[in-house]
Design a protein around this ligand. Sequence first.
Ligand code: PLP
Length: 451
Amino acid sequence: MSDPRRSLPAVSQLLADAERAGLKDLASRAELVEAVRATLADARHRDGVAPDVGWIEAITARVQSAGRPSLTRVVNATGVVLHTNLGRAPLAAQARRAVDDALAYSTLEYRLAEGERGSRQDHLGPLLCELTGADAALVVNNAAAALMLALNTTAEGGEAIVSRGELVEIGGAFRIPEILAKSGAVLVEVGTTNRSRVRDYALAISPRTRVLLKVHRSNFHMSGFVAEATVPELVTLGAERGIPVIHDAGSGLLLPLDAYGLTGEPLVRDSTAAGATVVFSGDKLLGGPQAGIVVGPRATVGRMAQNPLARALRPDKATVAALEATLRLYRDPGRALTAIPVLAMLTAEPGDLRRRARRLARRIPGARTVPGHSAVGGGSFPDCDLPTTLVALEVESCDTFLRALREHDPPVVARARDARVMLDVRTIGDDEFGIVVEAVRRAGWPGVATP
Ligand SMILES: *Cc1c(COP(=O)(O)O)cnc(C)c1O
C-alpha cells in the first residue's frame, strides 16, 4: 500500500492555486504560505485526506481566521448575564462613547479650571460618595486588588479576624486566606463553617488585631442551621475597640433589585451607612468596566490612597472614563435600569422575553420556543434562576453546530440542553438577531432566508 500522505499536493502547487484564486488580495505572501502549510499539516494529521470543502476553501478559511484579532466581539446567546469568560459586564453605550473620547488626550490628571495637575480619582470619588453615601472612595484595577490593598493598609504585620464560614474561593486563584497571607496580615479564624456570632469576634480580639473582615459568599449559599454576624454588629464591636471593619461585598449592587426577584446580594449603601469600608467590583452587578472600588470612612480610605501599592494598582484612563459614565447613569435609577445593559437584562420582563424569543424563532424555520432559565453569573445571586424563553434548535450534533456558530464572524456562543442547541434572548440584543440568524443559516440550518 502506498502512503496517501505521499500524494498530498506540494506547497508550491497549492500556493500557485491559491494565488490564482485571488487569495493574494486577502493576505501577504508570508501569510498565504503559513495558511497553506497549516492546511497541509491538518491533512497529514487526517492520514492524508484532503479537506472536505476543498483545498482552496480550507486555505481561505485559514487566512480569514488568522486575520481576525484574537480578542473579538461575540454574541452571547448563553443567557449568562455576567459571563466571566465573555468579559463580564457589556458596557452601556454612554460608557463606550466615554472610553472612545478618553483615548485621545484627556483630562485624566489635569484640572482644566486651574490648568494644573489633578488626580484620576477626582473623576470618580465624588460620584461614588454621592451614590453610596460614603465619605471617601478609591478605585483600583479590580476587586481582588482592592481587597489586597485594604488588608495590606490596615493589617500588615497584625491580625485580621475572619469567620470560618467566609474563607471562600471566588474563582480561579482568588482565595481569601491566600489574599490575606499576601497582604502581610495574619489570619485569625473565628466561629465554625455554618455559625459565627459577633461574640466569637469579640473573644478573638487581641492587641495585635488590626481589622475585622467580612466577606460576601458570592458564589454559593448556605442554609439550614446557620448564623453570621452582620456588618452593623461588627462595626459596633470595632468602634468599641478602635478596629476598622472591611466588607468585601463582591458584586457592587448600587440599586435594590428585590422587586425583580433578585434578593440576597448586599447593597453597598447599607454597609457604608453602618460605617464599614466596602470593597466591590466594577464589572459585576454595577455593570461597568473591570475595576475594584473601595468606599468608606475617610481615615481608612485615605490611608489606602497613600499606600505605595495603590500606585501599582491604579486604573487606566479607559477604566476611569467607562466607570465615570456608568456611575453618572445611576443618578437617575430609572435610567440606570434601562441604559446599563446588565441591569436591563436582569430586570427584563418574562413576557417581553417570550415575545422576543418568538420573534427570533420566526426567522429560523422549524425552531421552537421553550421555557427555561437564565443565570446571573459572575458569582452573583447564585440562587436566582431567572425565568426566560429559549429558542431551541434540534440538530444532529450539538457540538458540531455550536462549533459552527462559534466560527461565524462575529462568533455566536450558545449552549446545549436536552440534546438541543438553545439560544437565550435575554443576553442577545435586538440588533444582534440578524447576526444570530445568519450564523444559524451558515451552520447548516435549512430554510433560513439569505440576507
Ligand atoms: C468577584 C469577587 C471578588 C473579585 O472581584 P474582581 O473584580 O473579579 O477582582 C472579590 N470578592 C468577592 C466577594 C467577589 O464576589
